[in-house]
Structure formats: C-alpha cells, structure tokens
Design a protein around this ligand. Sequence first.
Ligand SMILES: *[C@@H]1O[C@H](CO)[C@@H](O)[C@H](O)[C@H]1NC(C)=O
Ligand SMILES: *[C@@H]1O[C@H](CO)[C@@H](O)[C@H](O)[C@H]1NC(C)=O
Ligand SMILES: *[C@@H]1O[C@H](CO)[C@@H](O)[C@H](O)[C@H]1NC(C)=O
Ligand SMILES: *[C@@H]1O[C@H](CO)[C@@H](O)[C@H](O)[C@H]1NC(C)=O
Ligand SMILES: *[C@@H]1O[C@H](CO)[C@@H](O)[C@H](O)[C@H]1NC(C)=O
Ligand SMILES: *[C@@H]1O[C@H](CO)[C@@H](O)[C@H](O)[C@H]1NC(C)=O
Ligand SMILES: *[C@@H]1O[C@H](CO)[C@@H](O)[C@H](O)[C@H]1NC(C)=O
Ligand SMILES: *[C@@H]1O[C@H](CO)[C@@H](O)[C@H](O)[C@H]1NC(C)=O
Ligand SMILES: *[C@@H]1O[C@H](CO)[C@@H](O)[C@H](O)[C@H]1NC(C)=O
Ligand SMILES: [Zn+2]
Length: 430
Amino acid sequence: MLPSLLLLAAAPLAAAHTGCGGHEIARRNPGGPVIHRRQVDNTNVDPVAECAPYTYAPVNTIKAQFPAIWQAATLVQGDSEAAALFATINATVNQRLPNDLPRGTANGNMAGVNYDNADPDCWWTWKQCTTPAASTGILPDITTMPEPETWGFGFDDGPNCSHNALYNFLAENNQKATMFFIGSNVMDWPVQAIRAKDDGHQICVHTWSHQYMTSFSNEQAFAELYYTRKAIKDVIGVTPKCWRPPFGDTDNRIRLIASLLNMTTVVWSDDTDDWKVGIGNVTAQDVDNNYLKVINAQKAGAYATHGPVVLNHEINNYTMGELIKQYPAIKAAFKYIVPIATGLNISNPYEETNITFPTFAQYTGVGNTTTSSSASAGASASGSASAVSGSASASSSSSAVAKKNASGALAVSSVSAASLFLGLTAALLL
Ligand SMILES: *[C@@H]1O[C@H](CO)[C@@H](O)[C@H](O)[C@H]1NC(C)=O
Ligand SMILES: *[C@@H]1O[C@H](CO)[C@@H](O)[C@H](O)[C@H]1NC(C)=O
Ligand SMILES: *[C@@H]1O[C@H](CO)[C@@H](O)[C@H](O)[C@H]1NC(C)=O
Ligand SMILES: *[C@@H]1O[C@H](CO)[C@@H](O)[C@H](O)[C@H]1NC(C)=O
Ligand SMILES: *[C@@H]1O[C@H](CO)[C@@H](O)[C@H](O)[C@H]1NC(C)=O
Ligand SMILES: *[C@@H]1O[C@H](CO)[C@@H](O)[C@H](O)[C@H]1NC(C)=O
Ligand SMILES: *[C@@H]1O[C@H](CO)[C@@H](O)[C@H](O)[C@H]1NC(C)=O
Ligand SMILES: *[C@@H]1O[C@H](CO)[C@@H](O)[C@H](O)[C@H]1NC(C)=O
Ligand SMILES: *[C@@H]1O[C@H](CO)[C@@H](O)[C@H](O)[C@H]1NC(C)=O
Ligand SMILES: [Zn+2]
C-alpha cells in the first residue's frame, strides 16, 4: 500500500527515534517452578551469563495483577482501583480534548493518517512539538536542562539483563542517571530493576509494551502508564512521577493522561541513535559522531545558558559499552553530568515523599547549603529498597521453555518490525 503524503511528512521526524527494535529480541515468557536460589552477582559482566532466564518469586506472586508482558496494556479485569481512577481520567480527557483522537497503528504505521498541518494536538511525531498551546493548560515537555554546561543523563529501554558492566562503571564514577524503564522489562528482569534504585539512579516510566502511545485509546494509554508505574512500585518500591514516550510519540491527549497520573513528560534535545547500530543503516562511527556533535557544541559555547538532554539506551551490550567509551570525553567537556530530577532540583521524584533525591546543589556541591545528610551528593537516594523481597531463582526446566517461547516470538515479531522499519525507510527515500 502506498503511504500517504502525510506519512512522508511525519516519517523524517519519527526517524529521530524510530524504534528500539531490539526489544523484539528479548521478549520472554518466564514461568515454571522455582527450583533453586540464584545468587545475584553484580560482578558478573558476561552478557550471556547475565541474561540466563530466572524466576523471581515475588513477581510470580503479583503477575496476575498485570497485563500480559509485551502486549498493548488494557485495564486488568477485576482491577477496580485502576478502573475507578481511569473513569475519572477518561471523563477529564473527553471533556478537555474531545477532538484529540488516536491515530496510526501501535507499531507506528501512519499510512492514511489525516492530520491538520496546523498541529492542533502538539503531536511530537508530526513536527516534534513539545509545547502545547497555553489554552490547553498542559505543561511543556522537558527537553533540556536549565543549568548551563550540564548534560542531562538518562538511559531508555532498561532494565537490560546484561547491564552490570555499565552499572558497575557508573558506580565507580559515582555517577547517577535517570533510567526510563519499560514495564515488561521490569517484570522480566526484576533483580536488575531493583539494582537501579539501590545504586541511586532515578527511575521513570517508559510504558508497558513500548509502542506508539498516540495510537492507543484512552484506556490503553492509561494502562500502559498505570501498570508500568505499579510494576516499578511493586518491584522496586517507588512510584515515578516522570515518563518518556517511546519514539517520542506523544500529543496533548497522552500528555494529559500522564499528567493526571502525576507524570511529567521528558523527551530529549539530542539523539545518539545508538540503538540503530545493527538494525538500521547507522554505523558505530555515526554514533561516535553523534556523541562528538554534542561534545563539540559544548566546546563551542552552545551550552552557556542551558544543557542538553541526550538520548542513549540501556538496550544491549553495544549501546552500554559505547556510553562507557564516551564518558571520559563527556566528563572532560561538560561541567556537570546529572540525572534529570537533579538538573531540575526535584528532590521528590516519587509519590513517596519520604524518599528524597539529590538537588543540583547537593549533587554538584555548587551552592550546597544542605544540612541534612539524607540526600548527599552522589550518594544513593535514600529510602527503602524493594517493596517486595524474595530470592531470584533459576529454573532450569522453565528456561528451556522460556527460550523456546522467546525465540518463537522473535521469529514472528522481528520480521514484522523489520518490514515496518524498511517500509518507513523506503517511504522516506522515495
Ligand atoms: C509459552 O507460551 C505459550 C503460548 O504463548 C503459553 O501457553 C505457555 O504457558 C508459555 N510457557 C511458559 C513457560 O510460560
Ligand atoms: C472512555 O472514553 C471513551 C471516549 O473517548 C469511551 O468510548 C469509553 O467507553 C470510555 N471508557 C470507559 C471505561 O468509560
Ligand atoms: C497525584 O498527586 C496528588 C498530590 O500529591 C495526590 O493526592 C494524588 O493521589 C496523586 N495521584 C496519583 C494518581 O497518584
Ligand atoms: C539485553 O542485552 C543483550 C545483549 O547484551 C541482548 O542480547 C538482549 O536482547 C537485550 N535485552 C533486551 C530486553 O533488550
Ligand atoms: C560487552 O561490552 C563490553 C564493554 O562494556 C566489552 O568489553 C565486551 O567485549 C562486550 N561483550 C560482548 C560479548 O560483546
Ligand atoms: C536549583 O537550585 C539552585 C540553588 O540551590 C539554584 O541556583 C538553581 O537556579 C536551581 N535550578 C533550578 C532549575 O531550579
Ligand atoms: C552537600 O552538603 C551535604 C551536607 O553537608 C553533604 O553531605 C554533601 O556531600 C554535599 N555535596 C557535595 C557535592 O559536596
Ligand atoms: C516511607 O513511608 C512508607 C509508608 O508511609 C513506609 O512504608 C516506608 O518504609 C517509608 N520509607 C522510608 C525510607 O522511610
Ligand atoms: C540511512 O537511511 C536514512 C533513511 O532512513 C537516510 O536518510 C540516510 O542517508 C542513510 N544513510 C546512509 C549512510 O546510507
Ligand atoms: Zn525506547
């Protein structure tokens, strides 16, 4: 089918972050009996060994309260608490934005989408709009850091099973970041998710199934955010107040739903395209150049009054190794490298107000008048560790099945993802 002209206009923008296609690779369906305890070993940095499937008893206990992983989320049947909250949010959205409706497909096919060029819904994928009209009362997205010469530091798409080398590196450098976690990955890799909080990183939501949010009904969009927030609360122990749309794909309707869940929308100013190596035609050299572009802009004085928010990924061993490789140059060029909450002086990034996070002054020491020791610079955010406790266990019998299921999913879904990607690319080139 021929793409519409509208797709041609939208696609170049979508291409800024077209699709962390690597997700398709690791869809899992863990389960089966818990056979023996698994010793969690953060010093293990062999990606293959780190990614051995395991069953975590506390997640098994709660998983019936969640949508199926890696599927578009909907309200879970019998979840009256979620249904009640959704009913009020739905009413507000319908009343305030009656004309902002779903468009395109969940995997980003915009063929046939008919959208007003004037961009009434501030649709990011259309023209990278990040500032809704004042009349909507919806806050602009976070795209930069208000502090000069400051790199806003975060990773999308985690937790990845093989992240120990990266997390060890960050810990050795006393460096905190913002982790935009996918709900399905939190359920798949709960022990890795818990490590992020234990290491003092900020946790934000990156949706349940990592698809195009503006394609979803109010209920699906709500469920994608709500159940990821709940997974992070139940597994890690905190309820995030921030989220990042996969592919940047948000609009006023989605922003409003997020804001009614107390979540601020965070996008980015600069994209490394790291996830595209090995999927699109982007090379490792291109990614090096993308990092260099931001570093050189800093050297040329572009960040005298603000800082970039740079997009990179916790998605595979390459993207994480690339950050480790680039870090010394970033550190040498920029004055500060900070998590998003820290750059914005948000000391309470979670609903749990007894958990604090370092402000800019506390983290950098600049103008630090803190007298309490509860949120010292570079130190872990204070607060309790995980909400659910229990042992991670490897299950040899379930592993084989999980792998078979995962490879079954791969065979089907990676084909469709690849052909979608090629379809978009072809539309662009033509
Ligand atoms: C594998 O997937 C099938 C169908 O998708 C499901 O019925 C089965 O329970 C899964 N196996 C495991 C171990 O989760
Ligand atoms: C939410 O609003 C939509 C209209 O946008 C409506 O079709 C739907 O039934 C509502 N859902 C619920 C659960 O009320
Ligand atoms: C949003 O924040 C307000 C004020 O703290 C709180 O009362 C409300 O419960 C929060 N809403 C959700 C959905 O967490
Ligand atoms: C995590 O990274 C490994 C490589 O280090 C990769 O094989 C795997 O697919 C990734 N998992 C996810 C869920 O992205
Ligand atoms: C994973 O990345 C590290 C760099 O962090 C590298 O040293 C190692 O060789 C990589 N392993 C694989 C299997 O690619
Ligand atoms: C953060 O707080 C410091 C003082 O502690 C102040 O100088 C700075 O302007 C604040 N930044 C923002 C973005 O509020
Ligand atoms: C900021 O002050 C607090 C309290 O004195 C201290 O614990 C912390 O280390 C200071 N931060 C830096 C970066 O010096
Ligand atoms: C924060 O408060 C909650 C509930 O009020 C409590 O369960 C939790 O232990 C507290 N955490 C800390 C770090 O004080
Ligand atoms: C890679 O593909 C994009 C379109 O998706 C195109 O704009 C770009 O020129 C291509 N780059 C190379 C090096 O072929
Ligand atoms: Zn993503």
